[in-house]
Design a protein around this ligand. Sequence first.
Ligand SMILES: [Zn+2]
Length: 387
Amino acid sequence: MNQKERIEQYLHKLCKEIGPRPTGSNANRAAVEFACAEFEAGGLSVERQEFDCMNWQNHGGTLKVDGQSATIAPAPYSLPCSVQAELICIRSVKQLRKADLTSKIVVLYGELCQEPLMPKSFMFWNPEEHQEIIALLERGKPCAVITASLDSNELIPVIEDGDFEIPCAVVSKSSLSLLLSGETAELTLRTDRSATRAANVIATYGDGPQKVCFSAHIDTAPGTPGALDNASGVAVLLALAASLRGNDYPYRIEFVLFNGEDYYSNAGEMIYLRSSLATPDEYICAFNVDGVGLRGSNISYSFYECPATLEEAVINLGRQTPEFEQIDPWPQGDHTLFAVSGVPAIAITSSKIFELLKSILHTENDKIELLDIDKLERLVDFLQHSI
Ligand SMILES: [Zn+2]
């Protein structure tokens, strides 16, 4: 099998055979086992770094306002519910501070639904305004919370938090007026939270006191085939690992498949941060690959805490590779874990991915057809030369 066929086979397995693979799901476990078997077949030694998490299942939901149906979806990780209660609609923090929410269904809109509220356990960035809104809701003891969608067309939630203990749904912008003029509502959310375990995969080639690390997240958001985000990155790393056999390097090469980039608490990332990244001196540098191979887009790299010599070497290699370019640093991704630990990091993605955040990523539209396999093959060569 040549490299291109290999990459195609990996993508097919992850996106089509396995499908959506959110952390904690059976499909996620199947993806992890598949990757472990591929690394082992390439002669690497494999460790599964296990941790506790939640398997969240979504079987939909319904909302009726004074007898009329509204378009809603359960917020990701929400508790289930079946409630009938008085509605209270709130548009500002000021109003929320004074409102009596007890046993009501709270509808948040206006200034309260302008951006996602950070999950309670998210420690890297969690503004006080967000924490106050969540605390006021919890203290108010409503029987459910409904938030207006962040997008005019899609149902985009404001709250996505497995530690938030009030049933929560998102309502379409077009159904919002029904709620604002309504008095009572009946909300049913058919979801399920169950405790389970998941694992990061750490595969090692060669030995030596220091290592070069290549990482990609293997989990997806719920309900997406996750081709670009991030079967592409996993396929590139598996192909790279398979190409190492017979080569000697003066350091070991570590492959990390993070399990939790799209999980509310980043559970896999946090366990890796506390274990492997507790000894940052072992790393020479880390490449994180996420969202690569988008058709019609360059592959891009950006630098975090990198010494000038490393930047120069990567830039030189990039110049020799068609359709590669340097972009400015961007914060949201697993490369940040390395950077905050003081490990020189290089993030690799697609230059145009930032345009797809709302319409494609985390939706059922993130399909293999978005990917250009030739680009992925070129990236494997690029990474091989980087080593
Ligand atoms: Zn991603």
